[in-house]
Design a protein around this ligand. Sequence first.
Ligand code: PRP
Length: 209
Amino acid sequence: MTEMINIALPKGRLGDKVYSMFEKAGYECPSIKEKNRKLIFENPEVGVRYFWVKPSDVAIYVERGAADIGVAGKDILMEAGSDVYELLDLNVGKCRMAVAGPAGFSYDRNNELRVATKFVNVAREFYAASGTDIDIIHLNGSIELAPILGLSDVIVDLVETGTTLRENNLEVVDVITEISARLISNKSSFKFKTKKIVEITRSLESIIE
Ligand code: PRP
């Protein structure tokens, strides 16, 4: 029997795109396209079992071995500091992690900089590198509101098209890093299921645009 590989996919638009990549690479699972609320789908013929999980939870499933491999954004991997292998950049879900502030923003070094973000660890690390004192305000969404309402001076957030910033009179102050979706593996799965995981990685690599 073919060895089964458990694969955590991020629910939503990125996940649909990523599943199409697995399909194209030869790991199709037709039942995943049925309209229902099931969360697990498998195709024993090609040895894959997919689960849909919240994008921010993929790395947890993989790190703890509930999934052998998965696909997570580099933003989530950086923030969580996940102890997994990063096997491949899938070149989808591309955006930038950036600092943004009101147009013309300039920072007065005598004051603590108030930074609103979902990515508190990324923000702390970024500002620690330049020795800047910051006050972190941890928000869960609509981060762009914070500087508009005076809750923070700047934000650290993802910028894709730049539309959200533009429409709220904010602009990029610093780009922290480029982000994209990554294929990740549990460390012991990689040791015990090397052949199959490498085969999946190579097949995906061959169809990346
Ligand atoms: C993300 C991100 C920005 C926006 C950037 O938010 O946090 O707000 O997309 O995209 P753009 O540059 O193309 O405008 P998301 O839609 O995930 O919602 P959130 O506000 O809950 O974070």
